[in-house]
Design a protein around this ligand. Structure first.
Ligand SMILES: Cc1ncc(COP(=O)(O)O)c(C=O)c1O
Length: 293
């Protein structure tokens, strides 16, 4: 199925199996590249301008200019998503520094970025699964100190997720200097004494688009929230723990390090926030993109 879909490669749309990059691409050799994953609901890309602004920030942080402007990106995303009308999708895009014949850490002066994008189907959300919640473990955060850049150098994240899977969990929450930062591919929220908390923006975590939306929805709903450091021990006493991302939406962690979180089922705050989030998706389907400004 996915092989019959077209992918975007440097201005062209090609069957995925024909969309190839040279072996000297610096994204491949050095992880010298950044990416985005943009959800599409009912075939419609969600919160696009937020993702494109984060892409601009990631590129600026690695001293690259965006090869496409936002209107060009929008056109690419819409064309890819239109191949799966009405379906939920994850649209992946990546900008690499480009291919250069000599393998050298030094960034070449004359190098042309490579731009790729493709879409994949996501199964429709299963509300029963969402209400079952997920299991997580805590692990030391051994990533670099620029986790705010959405870079493709994800080996530490991949190994953390592998360990979580080996231990029968769905996600790993990463601990740095005693503080819980985020998941291996998700942002962290806890509810503590009725207050919704997420770690503050810093170079040690990704400014998630879903996290921003959750904070917006909390503000609009008048729910008390704050950005504050979350100590490892706060996870043990929290009433609720959530992990958010464009692909997992808002997941309630019901078991952490083998112990139940709260009552061991998703809590009342999660039910309320999940309903607000689903309503936002519904508004996208009805033609008014939810707060995409
Ligand atoms: C390390 C990390 N943190 C957080 C997130 C969540 O970000 P978003 O909500 O923009 O998908 C991701 C998403 O892949 C991630 O990889």
């Amino acid at each position: 199925m996915s092989e019959s879909l077209l992918a975007y490669l440097n201005g062209e749309y090609l069957p995925r199996s024909e969309a190839c990059l040279p072996i000297t691409d610096r994204g491949l050799l050095f992880g010298d590249s950044v990416y985005e994953v943009i959800p599409a609901y009912g075939g419609l890309p969600f919160r696009v301008s937020h993702h494109l602004r984060r892409l601009d920030r990631s590129l600026a942080a690695i001293h690259m200019r965006n090869p496409l402007d936002h209107a060009q990106w929008q056109a690419v995303l819409e064309r890819l998503a239109a191949q799966l009308p009405g379906q939920d999708q994850s649209i992946y895009l990546q900008v690499t520094r480009g291919a250069y014949p000599i393998r050298n850490h030094v960034i070449p002066q004359q190098v042309k970025p490579n731009v790729i994008a493709f879409t994949s189907v996501n199964p429709p959300r299963n509300p029963d699964n969402a209400r079952r919640g997920i299991k997580a473990i805590t692990l030391p955060d051994n990533r670099w100190h620029r986790c705010d850049i959405k870079a493709t150098t994800l080996l530490a994240n991949v190994l953390a997720r592998a360990q979580a899977t080996e231990e029968g969990a769905d996600e790993a929450i990463l601990i740095r200097d005693g503080a819980a930062m985020e998941g291996s591919a998700s942002n962290l929220f806890i509810v503590s004494n009725g207050l919704l908390l997420t770690p503050p923006d810093s170079e040690d975590l990704l400014p998630g688009i879903t996290r921003d939306l959750v904070l917006e929805l909390a503000r609009e709903a008048g729910a008390p929230y704050a950005q504050a450091s979350i100590h490892h021990s706060d996870l043990e006493t929290a009433e609720e723990v959530w992990l958010t991302s464009s692909t997992r939406e808002i997941s309630a962690v019901v078991e952490l390090d083998g112990r139940p979180v709260g009552k061991g089922v998703p809590g009342e705050h999660w039910y309320r926030m999940d309903a607000l989030f689903q309503a936002c998706k519904e508004r996208l389907r009805l033609g008014s993109e939810c707060r995409d400004n």
